[in-house]
Design a protein around this ligand. Structure first.
Ligand code: SF4
Length: 330
């Protein structure tokens, strides 16, 4: 799709423009005083009896991911006050564009002694009182703020810039962030937003994306996103990426996942490590650049578990690098 700009003769010059942007308050004190240790989950009511083995299991994390306010309260116990509970509940009734989904790993990085101010709680479980009355997340927020669907070449494949595409492989993540700009597609319905449902079958859609890229030699850079790649079975992701790497014109591949922080346990599983190693090896053989494209909203979420073996793996490190942002198209 092309966006038309039709210049028209005019003798009107734009007038004065007031500079309006300003920096927010500095949230950090430097040097950081926070200890680089995994916070002890047993301090929280819901995780008092959880063993290290359970905590480090991706399956356990997914099974105990908080899906509603009642479960959020069970996890945080007395730290989630009645006032905060009611405020989040009202947001879900009247404003929320994303459903609740918070893995225990993320809850464990919240500062439970002051949940109202805690940045992780604020973006994962926003309250009614902290929303701007005029707009829910951004003054220009809309169902599909970045107009990604307007530029689909095939369903879920946004072709906006000449050499880059965004491939939305799936519409789910292991965690749902209150501010998500893909509110149109990602997550479960809320009272405010009924989500778009992909119409094509997943395998057909993935094949159609590859077919389009095979006949579009201008494209060299693919952001492989969704949704979050932590929700695609590693072997399936590997198979699709191998086919993508077979396409001569594709040179750069960015695998988008916030799950690297939200549920690092996923990436520590043997089969996932093996798949990512195979991806990195294939990339090196084919002379392709592959990166993990990730996003951490709050510094306190960077814990020892977040830095999985990918950072130290010689295979992976030599073929890839980690870059920013889980869901940007370019
Ligand atoms: S992980 Fe990214 S795509 Fe998923 S809900 Fe959060 S911001 Fe949206």
């Amino acid at each position: 799709m092309s966006v038309e700009f039709l210049p028209q003769a005019s003798d009107v010059r734009p007038g004065h423009r007031e500079a309006q942007a300003h920096a927010g308050d500095q949230p950090f004190t430097y040097p950081l005083t926070r200890e680089y240790v995994e916070p002890d989950w047993r301090r929280l009511a819901g995780y008092r009896d959880v063993s290290e083995e359970q905590w480090n299991s991706a399956q356990w994390q997914r099974a105990h991911t908080v899906k509603n306010l009642k479960e959020f309260k069970e996890a945080l116990g007395e730290h989630l006050t009645d006032e905060l509970y009611t405020d989040i509940e009202r947001d879900q009734q009247e404003r929320a564009t994303m459903s609740m989904l918070i893995p225990p790993q993320m809850i464990n990085t919240m500062i439970e002694s002051d949940l109202y101010a805690d940045p992780v709680r604020r973006y994962m479980a926003p309250t009614y009182s902290e929303r701007e009355p005029e707009w829910p997340s951004h003054p220009l927020a809309s169902r599909d703020s970045l107009h990604e669907a307007d530029m689909w070449a095939v369903e879920g494949l946004t072709h906006r810039y000449p050499t880059k595409v965004l491939a939305e492989l799936i519409p789910t993540c292991p965690q749902y962030c209150g501010h998500c700009t893909r509110m149109d597609l990602v997550g479960n319905d809320t009272l405010q937003v009924l989500k778009y449902k992909f119409e094509m079958k997943q395998n057909d859609r993935w094949d159609a994306m590859l077919d389009y890229l095979r006949v579009t030699p201008q494209v060299r850079d693919v952001v492989v996103s969704g949704g979050d790649m932590a929700n695609v079975p590693a072997k399936r992701l590997q198979e699709w990426l191998f086919k993508l790497m077979d396409i001569e014109n594709i040179r750069d591949i960015r695998i988008a996942t916030k799950g690297l922080m939200g549920i690092p346990q996923h990436f520590l599983q043997d089969d996932v490590l093996a798949a990512y190693d195979a991806i990195a090896t294939r990339a090196r053989e084919r002379d392709k650049d592959v990166a993990i494209h990730t996003h951490v909203n709050a510094a306190q979420q960077v814990t020892p578990l977040w830095a999985p073996p990918y950072a130290s793996s010689s295979t992976w490190a030599s073929a890839t690098c980690a870059t920013r942002a889980c869901c940007s198209a370019g």
